[in-house]
Design a protein around this ligand. Sequence first.
Ligand SMILES: *Cc1c(COP(=O)(O)O)cnc(C)c1O
Length: 396
Amino acid sequence: MPASTTKKYRPETRLVHGGTLRSQFGETSEALYLTQGYVYESSLQAERRFKNEEPGYQYSRFSNPTVTMFEQRMALLEGAEAARATATGMAAVNTALMGQLRAGDHVVASKQLFGSCRYIVEEHLPRYGVSSTLVDGTDLDQWKKAVTKNTKTFFLESPTNPNLEVLDIKAIAQIAHDAGATLVVDNVFSTPLFQQPLELGADCVVYSATKHIDGQGRCLGGVILGSEKFILDNVQTLIRQTGPSLSPFNAWVLLKGLETLVVRVQKQTDNAAAVAVALAEHPKVTRLIYPGRPDHPQADIIRRQMKGGSNLVAFEIKGGKAGAFKFQDALKIVKISNNLGDAKSLITHPATTTHQRLTPEARAELGITDGMVRLSCGLEHSDDLVEDLLDALKAV
Ligand SMILES: *Cc1c(COP(=O)(O)O)cnc(C)c1O
C-alpha cells in the first residue's frame, strides 16, 4: 500500500500495511530481498540509475526493497517525511550527529544519556574537533546557558535511562531553534507510540529498533527520521558512503515486529503499571519512579507530551548493592539482562553494569544509587510478574 494511501489510517493500521511493496507474485507477507546488488536491463539503464535520472536500486549499502519497506513503515508511524535505517541504534545516533557536525561546531546534550550516546558526545566527537557541553536536561536554564555561537545541535533522550526522568522536548526545541541549532531526540524509552518528538519541535528522531520495535530479542537495528531536507542534507550520503546500513534480513524481522508493536507495548505498559502499584508502597522499596504515576517528578510534562507511561520501572531496593543483588538473584521469571523492550521481563542493576564506567560522583549526580534497579516489563501475565517480584523482595 503506497504511503500516500496509508497516511489517512490510524497507527495500528499503518503498522500492518504501511510501506508494503508487493512483488509480481502477490505475496501476503513482506518479501525478504536478500541481495547485495541489482542487475540492469541495459548499459544505458545502469548509467541513468547512477546519474539519478531514473529511480531504482543499485546496491544494498545504499538501499534495498526490504529495508525501504521498514523505512517507509517507520516514517508513516512517526509522521516523518523521510527515514533511513541503520545497523544498530548507535549507528543511528552517530550518523544523525556526525552528519550535521564539522570541526569547530559545538553540541549541547543532556547528561542523562544512554552510556554509548554519552561516549559519542563526551569522547568521540571531541576527537574530530567538535566540543560539547553536558547539562542537567531537566533544567531549561542550563540548556540556554550552554549555547555558544558555534552550537549546531542539541541531543537528548526522554524518558532517560535508567532513572526515567522526563525532559520538556517542546521547550528545549524552542531554545535550540532560538540559537539556530537543531534538536535530535533519542525516543527509545517512550517508543514511537507514546511520544512524537517531531510534533513537539524536534528536527530528528532516532531509535534503537533493537528494543521495542523488534521486541523479541532477535536482532539489532536503528532508524533516523526527519524532514526530507534533514535526511538529504545530513544522513543520506553519509550512510551511502560510510556503510552503517541495515541488513535486509534484520529489516524484515523489524518489519514483522512493527506489525505487533501496539499490542506488545500496550500489554508491557499495563504490566509496568501493575508492578508500580504493587511495589510503590512496599517496605523494602525505598523509591520508585514510573512515568505513568501522578507522583513522578515531571508528571505535568508527561501529561502534556506523552500518550502513555512506559514499560520501564526504576526502583531502589533497601540495603544498597547487597539488597539489589539478593533481590535480582531471587527472581525466577524476570531475567537479569541489560537489554529492554523484550517479550521477556528483564532487570538491570545500572551501577554495576550499564553505568559502571562512570565515576561514583557522576552516578550520584544522575541519581543512580547502589540499590537502584531498572525493570523492563515483558509480556508475561501481570499476576505472575508481580508475584515473582514480591517473592524476591522476601529474600532481601
Ligand atoms: C539501546 C539503546 C541505544 C543503542 O541501541 P543499539 O541498537 O544497542 O545500538 C541508544 N539509545 C537508547 C536510549 C537505548 O536504549
